[in-house]
Design a protein around this ligand. Structure first.
Ligand SMILES: Cc1cc2nc3c(=O)[nH]c(=O)nc-3n(C[C@H](O)[C@H](O)[C@H](O)COP(=O)(O)OP(=O)(O)OC[C@H]3O[C@@H](n4cnc5c(N)ncnc54)[C@H](O)[C@@H]3O)c2cc1C
Length: 380
């Protein structure tokens, strides 16, 4: 078995293949370094307050696996269930988030719609009055939070290695080999490797790998960026997402304010992001948190996210027999790493999984979209 991509999803897939299904003859091939793709570039928000049942199931499975991931991997991933709030700043958002809270109640996901006073109580540095949009309430998930993203990749990689799997870095896959419609191996910058099963788990590069395997994907690749400030004293112990003005922020353990920006409006592979987004994001956050107006920004970076039309992932068999694909997590797949790995491993090992059933490629042909554009379009 070969998995292409040593990001969180590829590594978690390998880990649960070994742990849950006893499949350990696995090589994970990575063109760069462990977690050097989106897994090591995101703003680490973990939540499961999605609208559709299929999404809530996989994201909540994932969130619950995060609760004990450090013990499971014997590696501290610093999961911090500090609570995530998504601000409602228009009447439309109030209706949308109330609806999500009701859906979550039916799905067994603990969320609630809270009013502006409770928002202020949970996060005193928020300006609830405006200036452009007042804070009218929020969708609050108390067991959402953050984790250390590099540690998630390193923890899974070490556990895979301990099971005898091969994690091969600086090994770019340049071609997919097949015979009679069935996958037989891959060509790489380190030579040819044969396999009976192949998992493509390469996020923003999914279209490129799919083309090598002879099929097309309904995904677009765009740059999404983030930035962090200089460290300051603890001033905020929840994650806040303000989707109307578009910015979101949390405070890292080091004290830096971790800030997420917008996705580029055009397809590209830059891993940088357009410059004007920095200004827009900072403007949105200064109006939401006026006290950060004099903070200096330390670093900015980008990743390439893979967006589907319905803003839901693809975990699926493909037209090439023996070849599976896990992609389309777009701007919000860090939170899904354990759950996606769990489901993908089951799909590869058994041919189907209740967690991945709705996320097949055929939904685009059959028009069975899992519309999460409100929960996942710009937010994380
Ligand atoms: C700025 C930013 C902020 C984000 N914020 C959040 C957030 O707060 N919460 C959240 O849940 N999600 C967030 N995300 C999304 C999240 O990071 C991704 O959905 C997730 O990390 C995808 O993981 P992955 O393992 O699929 O991909 P990646 O981590 O990108 O791994 C794919 C790997 O495949 C490798 N690869 C590509 N092509 C080849 C090849 N030909 N051969 C071998 N290897 C190859 C790449 O080098 C890469 O390491 C954010 C993303 C970005 C960019």
């Amino acid at each position: 078995m070969i998995i292409i991509g040593a990001g969180g999803h590829g590594l978690a897939t390998a880990y649960y293949l070994g742990k849950n299904h006893g499949i350990r003859n696995v090589a994970i091939l990575e063109k760069g370094w462990l977690g050097g793709g989106n897994t090591g570039r995101n703003t680490t928000i973990i939540r499961s307050n999605y609208l559709q049942d299929a999404s809530a199931a996989i994201y909540e499975k994932s969130r619950s696996l995060y609760e004990t991931l450090s013990q499971d991997l014997n590696y501290n991933v610093m999961f911090s269930p500090r609570g995530v709030m998504m601000l409602a700043q228009t009447q439309h958002e109030i209706r949308g988030y109330r609806r999500t809270a009701h859906a979550n109640a039916l799905q067994g996901v603990a969320t609630e719609f809270i009013g502006p006073d409770r928002v202020k109580e949970l996060c005193p540095i928020i300006n609830t009055d405006g200036p452009r949009y007042p804070v009218l309430g929020a969708l609050w998930q108390p067991r959402g939070g953050t984790a250390r993203h590099d540690a998630v990749a390193w923890g899974y990689a070490r556990a895979c290695s301990d099971m005898g799997m091969h994690v091969i870095q600086r090994c770019e896959v340049t071609g997919v080999r097949s015979e009679g419609g069935k996958v037989t191996g891959v060509s790489t910058t380190k030579g040819e490797i044969g396999c009976g099963k192949l998992g493509i788990v390469v996020a923003g590069n999914s279209g490129v790998l799919a083309e090598m395997a002879g099929f097309r994907l309904p995904v677009e690749s765009v740059a999404l960026q983030a930035l962090v400030s200089e460290p300051i004293k603890p001033c905020m112990d929840v994650v806040v997402m303000a989707n109307t003005v578009h910015g979101y922020m949390s405070q890292s353990d080091k004290g830096e304010m971790v800030i997420g920006g917008g996705a580029d409006g055009y397809n590209n592979y830059t891993q940088r992001g357009s410059f004007h987004h920095i200004e827009e994001t900072v403007r949105a956050l200064v109006e939401t948190f006026p006290m950060i107006s004099r903070l200096k920004m330390l670093r900015q970076w980008g990743g390439i996210v893979d967006m589907t039309g319905d803003r839901s992932p693809i975990l699926s068999k493909t037209p090439l027999e023996g070849c599976f694909i896990n992609c389309g997590w777009g701007t919000g797949g860090f939170k899904a790493i354990p759950g996606s790995g769990w489901g993908m491993a089951e799909l590869i090992a058994k041919g189907s999984s209740p967690l991945t059933e709705e996320f097949g490629l055929n939904r685009f042909r059959e028009g069975r979209f899992i519309d999460e554009s409100v929960a996942a379009g710009v937010a994380h």
